[in-house]
Design a protein around this ligand. Structure first.
Ligand code: PAF
Length: 296
């Protein structure tokens, strides 16, 4: 595994792999503090590609002024161990100076898909994501790029960027990885106190309960799904709901008021963001209503 810190070194390392015929190139962009979710992305990349590139860069552009850029958890030595164990061939770890040698005058912005869900509570966040991912794609020129569905809105936004700009890369969305007790893995889980972590299980529990209610036929509309989730989460005293939304996926359009979930035709996302103390957690379930027996 090669660790490179400049764009020049990265391009040289990639040129070497391409010359040796080690293609396709799979790319896993991350902000580090890696966990089993990232490991699953590396493994999927390894299955689909001959060269696996991972980047580790905490991107200042996607953090708001009152967010946790400075305190975002970092552990390069541990990250490199995991990357090596999971088969990364090249790890790119640029500093902020390398990624943004001058204040950036060019940003990439996807409209409409970025104004709801996390985009509403984190203005500018997705412009930071699309701009840095665009830069990273230009540097790596991957055939495939791997992203976790825990950030389902990010997947929808990046797919749209790739399609709108005719970028020659396929976005591969990978399933959410959870702890045994259901908590979706996130680098930010480390911020939770023991009590907050225990109450945070309400996120995955609410998604399981709404799924079960849909299977049993007691929930069949978007409003009923939202109400059930809000009532389950509200039973946790530390939980402060940011949003609970039921939208089409990947279009992120609301369903018509009162309409049945299966009226959407394609996939649906039930997405939530909830704060526990200072930590904001997200979780979601993307599914096709036609696969839920009672909704057919
Ligand atoms: O999902 C993340 O970790 C980040 O948003 C990404 C895609 C690496 C861009 O900084």
């Amino acid at each position: 595994m090669r660790v490179v810190r400049t764009v020049k070194q990265l391009r040289e390392a990639l040129e070497y792999m391409r010359m040796g015929g080690h293609t396709p190139i799979g790319f896993v962009p991350t902000m580090g503090y890696l966990h089993e979710g990232h490991a699953s992305l590396l493994r999927r990349a390894g299955e689909m590609s001959s060269t696996v590139v991972m980047s580790i860069f905490v991107n200042p552009l996607q953090f708001g002024p009152n967010e946790d850029f400075a305190s975002y958890p970092r552990d390069e030595a541990r990250d490199l161990e995991l990357a090596e164990r999971e088969g990364a061939d090249i790890v790119f770890i640029p500093g902020v100076e390398e990624m943004y040698p001058e204040p950036t005058r060019t940003t990439v912005s996807v409209s409409s898909l970025t104004t709801q869900l996390c985009g509403a509570s984190r203005p500018g966040h997705f412009d930071g994501v699309t701009t840095v991912v665009n830069k990273l794609f230009n540097m790596v020129q991957p055939d495939y790029a791997f992203f976790g569905l825990k950030d389902a809105q990010q997947v929808a936004v990046l797919r749209r960027m790739v399609s709108d700009l005719n970028m020659n890369v396929e976005i591969v969305a990978c399933p959410i990885v959870r702890e045994d007790d259901g908590l979706a893995l996130s680098s930010r889980n480390v911020y939770l106190s023991a009590e907050e972590r225990s109450q945070a299980l309400v996120l995955s529990r609410s998604l399981r309960e709404v799924r079960q209610a849909m299977e049993e036929g007691t929930v069949s509309t978007a409003d009923e799904a939202r109400e059930l989730i809000i009532s389950v989460i509200s039973a946790s005293p530390l939980a402060v709901i940011d949003y609970v939304e039921v939208l089409t996926f990947p279009g992120l359009e609301p369903l018509a008021a009162g309409s049945r979930l299966n009226s959407a035709g394609g996939e649906i996302i039930i997405a939530l963001a909830v704060k526990f103390g200072k930590t904001r957690l997200i979780d979601n379930n993307v599914f096709t209503p036609k696969e839920v027996h009672a909704l057919v």
